[in-house]
Design a protein around this ligand. Structure first.
Ligand code: IVH
Length: 673
């Protein structure tokens, strides 16, 4: 008998299971099995089926995550067991003192293992599963009673509506799971951008954003917020025999709960201290905010014996660092004229601690960015360090202080007074004066840093040398002596000679770095490499016409003109000659001449006369695609290109079994066949 097609109820159940399964793969495991389109198809089929047959819809259906109807207010619910809080420590000493106390209470000869895990800066929740089904969820509240936010929690895709159980595994009748709902940093930034655009108050940090999103009366709003969860422990539970926290995390993970991958188990408190220090550095690599590590005694039996004091377990501590966002006053918006003449606005802040570092300046990008965020001098602003080290101003804490006014870029250059321009379609305002004082200093900073990467010689030293009138150009840097440097405060014999040596060693840097360092308009890192490869030396480049320069990859007429113009300036030619006499490399080495392309890694030999090409043209064309051309045949030769009247190289290639290519083959290889 052919199998009967499933009833609507069966199909709905099947679809619910499928959608849940794929949500789990995607949001919990990060390993999707199907495309987004395939997932959408399943979801839409389920939604259509349930809409047409409301009696089939279940309260735990994944379609419910789009948001239940708004509720007038949250109902208070009692937690099944108290949701305590954590006692903090801020130092290694505090941590060791706690471990000592634990040992004393348990008996000094007892072995204690610890589990560490990130302390997520989010909003604590308790999730209750009845017979394996998510029944209720609440915020922490006062620890005994919280707010019922079940409808909102159902919108979070990383929360399973049903635990994953093995076929013969009985569902625990009641299970309370504890976790932290949080907002990933990317989502937080986007949300704040949106808030600012809409004239709403920006959330000061991801924790506030998560808590606020979770406490929306309309679950439809929560559904649009990028929330996720890390589950970090068991609350009340019945019918489980698990011996410790580490095993509990493993058990939860196996049942489909999203547990943090950075939890670790340690055999000593010294190892715990070390990992706490390590994560203070590593935390900026995470895409969510953590404000410390939680340290827990692993064994449940030991936990029970240690007990709690005023709702704070003696078996756990939060090792906390300083937060990564902070509020402070924006004193002034200053302008720095960059090496290319761009006006870079930056925020002068009242110093504030952000993530263990005192911050007094932050970047502001450009006028558009300032307008979009509506940042004004005198505002209280949110400063953030995340992912990268340069602090950012997230936005103002609205409303603006009284008497603040929107920021405007200056009309004239703060350094040379030239009239500021803003080219059509560009985001940056510019000082058009190529002799503007700022350019010299900024070029030097660029030279020692991004371009030549001179160890131990950074922006601060360059600024001092500039201020003291010791160094005003790149050649001055190479004439700097140890004795002269030692005249500066803080420079002794060793530090001065290290700096001078590092400067001297930079003469060995390849030609394209020198080109990049010269600060020729519109010559960035990639263009410098292309120019070095194409022309091979500064003299060939300096002698090239605008048309010649335009032949280089990615260089249009405007850029070619700017480059040619730079070389036609007498003072620039003098600069180049000075650098030459000081020993800097103004010719490309073999490495630089070779380029990456489809023929990278292959070596050709040309023999005989080619009809349609000069030898040089064929070589240039092969090199253009990344290939190399060599004079002699060896085991490394990829192919020999043989023209009319080939020499002995052809015979050698035949003996060595190296492929022989005709001129037609060459044309095909170069894509011109
Ligand atoms: S365990 C008795 N583990 O930090 C409390 N808490 O003050 C045991 N938190 O509200 C909590 N990450 O929500 C634990 N990995 C983690 C955590 C964590 C964040 C929160 C928790 C609690 C607060 C403690």
């Amino acid at each position: 008998m052919p199998k009967a097609s499933p009833t609507k109820a069966e199909r709905a159940a099947q679809l619910r299971a499928l959608v849940e399964h794929h949500l789990y793969r995607y949001h919990v495991l990060d390993e999707p099995e199907v495309s987004d389109a395939e997932y959408d198809r399943l979801f839409d089929e389920l939604k259509t089926l349930e809409d047409a047959n409301p009696e089939l819809a279940t309260s735990d259906s994944p379609t419910r995550r789009v948001g239940a109807p708004p509720s007038p207010k949250f109902v208070k619910v009692a937690h099944l067991s108290e949701m305590g809080s954590l006692e903090k420590v801020n130092t290694d000493e505090g941590l060791l003192k706690w471990a000592e106390d634990v040992r004393k209470r348990l008996g000094t000869d007892e072995f204690v293992r610890y589990v560490t895990e990130p302390k997520i800066d989010g909003s604590a929740v308790a999730l209750v599963y009845e017979d394996g089904v998510f029944a209720r969820g609440a915020t922490r509240g006062d620890g005994l009673r919280g707010e019922d936010v079940t409808a909102n929690l159902r919108t979070i895709r990383a929360i399973l509506p049903r635990m994953i159980l093995a076929e013969d595994e009985p569902a625990p009748p009641v299970l309370e799971v504890r976790g932290e709902v949080y907002m990933p940093l990317v989502g937080f930034r986007r949300l704040n951008e949106r808030f600012t655009r809409e004239g709403k108050k920006a959330a000061p940090n991801p924790r506030n954003a998560a808590a606020g999103s979770l406490r929306q009366l309309n679950p439809g709003v929560t559904a649009e917020r990028p929330l996720s969860i890390w589950v970090h422990g068991l609350g009340h539970h019945e019918g489980l025999s698990i011996e410790g926290h580490w095993d509990a995390l493993g058990w939860l993970r196996g049942r489909g709960f999203r547990t943090n991958p950075h939890a670790e188990r340690h055999d000593s408190i010294e190892a715990v201290a070390e990992i706490c220090r390590e994560w203070e550095r590593r935390r900026i690599d995470l895409d969510y905010e953590i404000d410390g590590l939680v340290v827990k005694v692993d064994s449940f039996e030991q936990q029970d014996r240690l007990g709690a004091l005023h709702g704070r377990p003696r078996w756990a501590r939060a090792y906390k660092w300083a937060p990564m966002t902070a509020q402070t006053k924006l004193v002034r918006i200053n302008i720095r004229v960059g090496r290319t003449g761009n006006l870079n606005p930056w925020a002068q802040l009242e110093p504030v601690e952000v993530g263990g570092v005192t911050v007094s300046t932050a970047t502001l990008h450009n006028q558009e960015d300032i307008n979009r965020k509506d940042i004004r001098e005198g505002d209280t602003v949110i400063v953030q360090r995340a992912g990268d080290v340069i602090p950012q101003v997230v936005g103002p804490v609205l409303p603006h202080e009284a008497r603040t006014k929107p920021f405007r870029m200056p009309r004239s250059c703060p350094l040379c007074g030239a009239e500021i321009v803003k080219p059509e379609g560009e985001a940056m305002h510019r000082c058009p004066n190529s002799k503007c004082e700022s350019r010299g200093l900024e070029t030097l900073i660029h030279w020692v840093g991004a371009a030549m990467d001179i160890e131990g010689v950074g922006e601060q030293l360059v600024r001092r040398l500039w201020r003291e009138g010791i160094v005003a150009s790149m050649p001055d840097l190479y004439r700097l002596t140890k004795e002269r440097l030692m005249e500066l405060d803080g420079y002794g014999e060793i530090s001065a000679s290290n700096a001078v040596d590092a400067i001297a060693r930079s003469c060995e840097r390849p030609f394209h770095r020198v080109l990049f360092g010269l600060n020729i308009p519109q010559v960035g890192w990639v263009t410098a490499q292309n120019l070095a490869r194409h022309f091979g030396s500064i003299d060939r480049l300096a002698g090239a016409s605008q048309e010649d320069i335009q032949e280089v990859d990615g260089i249009g007429p405007d850029r070619a003109e700017a480059i040619a113009e730079w070389f036609s300036d007498e003072s620039n030619r003098t600069l180049v000659n000075e650098l030459r006499s000081l020993g800097l490399r103004l010719e490309a080495g073999d490495e630089e001449r070779a380029r990456k392309g489809p023929l990278t890694g292959s070596t050709y030999v040309i023999t005989g006369t080619l009809e349609g090409w000069s030898r040089d043209a064929a070589q240039a064309a092969l090199e253009e695609l990344g290939g190399k051309v060599s004079n002699s045949v060896s085991s490394k030769t990829t192919g020999v290109i043989a023209g009319e009247n080939p020499g002995s190289k052809l015979a050698k290639a035949q003996r060595a079994g190296v492929p022989i290519l005709s001129e037609q083959d060459l044309a095909a290889l170069l894509g011109r066949g």
